[in-house]
Design a protein. Structure first.
Length: 256
């Protein structure tokens, strides 16, 4: 998994599923039996098996045996139903308010998520590596370079408001890691990060930000993006995010 540039957290997640459910595989009946016993987490286990089988293939295991084992994986286990839930403005405001007494690092990170629409893993990266001098002010907001590339997921920049910039710049904060942070938000009555991301995208579209620009701001861009296209998207993002920053200021004033 390291050779394929899988993140440490994702690698640990897949490995934990194999450790939890798999003892030994003597044939396809074992694979079928394992999946018949579990109700939740089938997709993660399916992915873990695929990675494991690919590894065995690279080591020279019999392709005929591996083909039979791959066919024993349940069809549809790797598919997910589209999640159409988009939280409304009030739910996000209540979440910001609910975190007002939370440890400062969770409060700061949540505000960064609300501003940027980034994935939690990317927001954690910005939080842990933030340096005031690396944040460029553009009008009423700030932009920081990320340059994070994970397969088809590319994030060039993080955009955030002056409010969040001040929070990030207010001194040393204990670093965060992905899974404990995800669990923390999950245990509290707040909109989860993945739904914050949906809210931010929906809000940008409502503010008439072009969909391609909203995708760029949230780090959702084609795997291969040409230099000219990249520069055009950055210019457009810089032009349009000011609308978002003004909206965020109003949203927080209503919370206060």
């Amino acid at each position: 998994m390291r050779s394929q540039d899988y993140s440490t957290g994702y690698s640990a997640d897949l490995t934990s599923y194999l450790d939890r459910y798999v003892a030994a595989i003597t044939g396809p009946q074992d694979v079928i039996s394992i999946f018949s016993r579990i109700k939740a987490g089938k997709r993660h286990l399916w992915l873990a098996f695929r990675v494991w089988f690919n590894y065995l293939e690279a080591l020279g295991f019999d392709n005929n045996i591996l083909s039979v084992l791959r066919k024993s994986l349940p069809k549809g286990a790797n598919t997910t139903n589209p999640d159409l839930k988009v939280p409304d403005e009030r739910a996000v405001q209540k979440s910001i308010c609910a975190l007002s007494k939370a440890p400062r690092r969770y409060k700061v990170l949540y505000n960064l998520l609300v501003d940027s629409g980034l994935r939690l893993v990317e927001a954690v990266d910005i939080f842990n590596n933030f340096k005031t001098e690396n944040a460029e002010r553009i009008g009423n907001f700030y932009r920081v370079e990320i340059g994070r590339f994970r397969g088809s997921k590319q994030s060039f920049f993080g955009y955030f408001s002056e409010h969040t910039f001040k929070m990030l710049s207010a001194g040393i904060i204990e670093p965060l890691s992905y899974y404990p942070t995800s669990r923390y938000y999950g245990k509290h009555d707040v909109v989860r990060p993945k739904y914050v991301r949906k809210f931010v995208f929906d809000t940008m579209i409502g503010l008439e930000v072009p969909e391609s620009v909203a995708d760029f701001i949230e780090g959702r861009v084609p795997k291969r993006v040409g230099a000219k296209h990249y520069m055009a998207l950055r210019r457009q993002a810089d032009n349009f995010y000011g609308k978002c920053a003004s909206y965020l200021k109003k949203l927080r004033q209503e919370v206060l």
